[in-house]
Design a protein around this ligand. Structure first.
Ligand code: SAM
Length: 303
């Protein structure tokens, strides 16, 4: 591929990325009925089709977009997977990133490791709603049985380890990590599905980065994901992730955007994972939703 080609593809990816940015409006008050209303608005976003899909709900990012925006190790981690390895993409939308991986173009762009990759890793896409396209069905029919699987109709937390098995690589590009109301349960699930030494690559939009005092673009708005201590002070998503046992966490601000975005690589280093519980204080539907969590110990029934 020529340098102008690469620049053009990068710019297209950047534009798709910028399309994410819809202003976040001020917080809705917490409470039972208000939460139910936000949950059903969010469900309507998931189930939206055609022209009703909100502009900020991007469901067709390419693998190149994933590689451009996820932490830098992702591209190499994927290219190094062998035919007995497995990749899980949580919140896959149309599953384009997975489809791109099985093209000959992918191999020509990643000549190193080609022999080791062989027929490539198996991949599983998870999405709440079924957004499979004819291209997905054609690719699945051309590949070996079960080389790619698309699971829908449930959230990540509703799958068991027995159903999904373990993975060497997990990605989440504005999927469940950005949308879930149960962040600690979500992380427990992801880490339970990862093999030791496997990595989870993800990011959050509009979040207070570990090292910095960046403000959201709209001064009236809140950050999209916040975690507070018992005393109401900000914990920061990165610090909370680092409080999980048996993981090595790298957090990096995204320097390509003027909005506060943080990129995360979470590597599982041993099996005794313990994720500190979070209580959900606030949830407002959106693309992604606005969420506030607390590290207060939750009552057993809400965990
Ligand atoms: C904005 S789309 C992103 C799609 C894709 N990653 C992309 O970048 O094109 C959000 C995706 O996350 C999925 N999602 C949200 N919460 C989820 C959860 N808790 N478990 C599994 N999937 C979830 C949605 O169903 C949808 O497929």
């Amino acid at each position: 591929m020529t340098a102008p080609d690469k620049t053009r593809i990068y710019l297209v990816a950047l534009l798709a990325w910028q399309a994410l940015w819809l202003p976040v409006s001020p917080a809705a008050p917490p409470g039972g009925a208000a939460v139910d209303e936000e949950v059903s608005k969010q469900e309507a976003i998931y189930q939206s089709r055609g022209e009703d899909v909100p502009a900020g709900y991007v469901i067709d990012r390419s693998l190149l977009s994933y590689a451009s925006f996820l932490p830098s190790g992702f591209d190499r981690s994927l290219a190094n997977l062998g035919p007995t390895d497995r990749w899980l993409d949580i919140g896959a939308g149309q599953g384009l990133a997975i489809l791109d991986y099985y093209t000959s173009r992918y191999d020509s762009m990643h000549p190193e490791g080609r022999a080791r990759r062989g027929s490539k890793a198996r991949a599983v896409a998870i999405s709440i709603e079924d957004r499979r396209t004819p291209r997905w069905r054609e690719t699945a029919a051309r590949l070996e049985a079960d080389q790619i699987r698309y699971l829908s109709g449930r959230r990540l937390r509703e799958y068991s380890l027995e159903e999904l098995g373990r993975f060497q690589l997990v990605t989440d590009f504005t999927g469940g990590f950005s949308y879930t109301r149960r962040l600690s349960l979500f992380m427990e699930k992801v880490l339970g599905l990862l093999e030791v030494n496997g990595s989870f690559y993800t990011l959050l939009l509009d979040v207070r980065p570990e090292a910095g005092t960046t403000q959201p673009i709209d001064p009236e708005s809140l950050f999209l994901t916040e975690i507070e201590n018992d005393d109401g002070s900000d914990v920061g998503v990165c610090s909370w992730l680092k409080s999980i046992s048996c993981v090595k966490v790298a957090c990096k601000p995204d320097t390509k955007s003027s909005r506060p975005i943080e990129l995360y690589r979470i590597q599982k280093v041993c099996n005794d994972v313990a994720v500190p519980s979070l209580v959900t204080l606030h949830y407002r539907a959106g693309t992604p939703p606005q969420r506030r969590f607390s590290t207060k110990t939750p009552p057993p029934e809400s965990r």
